[in-house]
Write a protein that binds this ligand. Structure first.
Ligand code: FES
Ligand SMILES: [Fe+2]
Length: 326
């Protein structure tokens, strides 16, 4: 099982949007583990195994009151940092057993997203400098579940040769099949990838691009941050930058969370939902394709055939295999 690789536990994964964690406990699943997330007494998130230390009831079925999570089975209650603060059946003054406290996971909020790490993190959350730039606005898309492997998603997000096939309903141009020679480089400290020019269909993308022409040329970069995060940047000739962070989280080997975040230095005049609907349509095309491809993408590259156009995904897969195999 890919998700059992210990190395994967040391990276950050998006499990929800911040707005989703409100009054009650929130159940998520990452790398095959059931996790409960809630807002503790000070508003900071708490993440712990979704398993009560008393008799193993799912804590996500409980209730949160003043930041304390009460189990629905016998009412044991957990506060900041997962500490057991109440055992209703215990006589006053009797200390709670040491094992009654929850082991917790690292959890932080960044870019409107909830990021979780199941072990000691070996890397940070990828830096998006536009998030601190007031000339950019951020648009979140919501977290979706895709019935496909995170490996297939990341491979797809690094790939452009599927554009004239999978994306003909949005921006793909059927005749533009040739992929120019690709050079990989460090795009910045956090993303490794490539720069390219893409001629794309704009008939459905005018609201997003701000350009009326039917076909436009974009300057683009696409890069990865291990294990499964991809960033695509689009620069239009008008000076508009449209940055997309594509976040993929393995729920298990063949199911994944997917969310994307956009940053744009536009004049904020087009409503966010109108801007994002184009990217949503593109994502739906990828999802429909990938959900038809079974299983995990083999990390052994000799198991599949690749050509020059696959260089970015081959390089990502090589680095992912090295990370997993140590
Ligand atoms: S199982 Fe949770 S309080 Fe008993
Ligand atoms: Fe795609």
């Amino acid at each position: 099982m890919l998700v059992e690789a210990p190395a994967l536990r040391r990276y950050w994964y998006v499990v929800a949007e911040s707005d989703e964690i409100t009054a009650g406990p929130h159940a998520v699943r990452v790398l095959g583990e059931a996790v409960v997330v809630w807002r503790g007494p000070d508003g900071a998130l708490v993440a712990a195994p979704d398993r009560c230390p008393h008799r193993e009831a799912p804590l996500s079925l409980g209730t949160v009151d003043d930041g304390c999570l009460s189990c629905c089975y016998h009412g044991w209650t957990f506060g900041a940092e997962g500490r057991c603060v109440r055992v209703p059946s215990a006589l006053e003054g009797v200390p709670v057993p040491p094992k009654s406290h929850l082991p917790t996971y690292h959890v932080v909020e960044r870019y409107g997203l909830v990021w979780l790490c199941l072990d000691e993190p070996v890397a940070g959350i990828p830096e998006m400098t536009a998030d601190r730039d007031p000339t950019y606005r951020r648009i979140n898309s919501g977290v979706d579940v895709w019935t496909t492997s995170a490996t297939r998603m990341t491979d797809n997000f690094m790939d452009i040769s599927h554009f004239p096939y999978v994306h003909v309903g949005t921006f793909g141009i059927p005749e533009n099949q040739l992929v120019p020679k690709i050079s990989m480089e460090e795009l910045d400290a956090d993303f490794y990838g490539y720069r390219y020019e893409a001629e794309v269909g704009n008939e459905n993308g005018a609201a997003s691009s701000g350009i009326a022409a039917k076909v436009i040329t974009r300057q683009m970069t696409t890069g990865f941050n291990l294990p499964f995060t991809v960033r695509s940047t689009i620069h239009y000739e008008t000076g508009l930058d449209h940055l997309i962070l594509l976040c993929t989280t393995p729920i298990d080997d063949v199911t994944s969370y997917f969310t994307f975040v956009i940053w744009r230095n536009d004049d904020f005049s087009v409503p966010a939902e109108e801007v994002i609907s184009f990217d949503r349509a593109i994502g739906a095309e990828d999802k429909a394709m990938l959900e038809k491809v079974p299983g995990v993408l083999p990390l052994d590259q000799t198991a599949t055939a690749s050509v020059q156009a696959d260089k970015p995904s081959v390089e990502w897969r090589r680095q992912l295999a090295a990370l997993i195999n140590g």
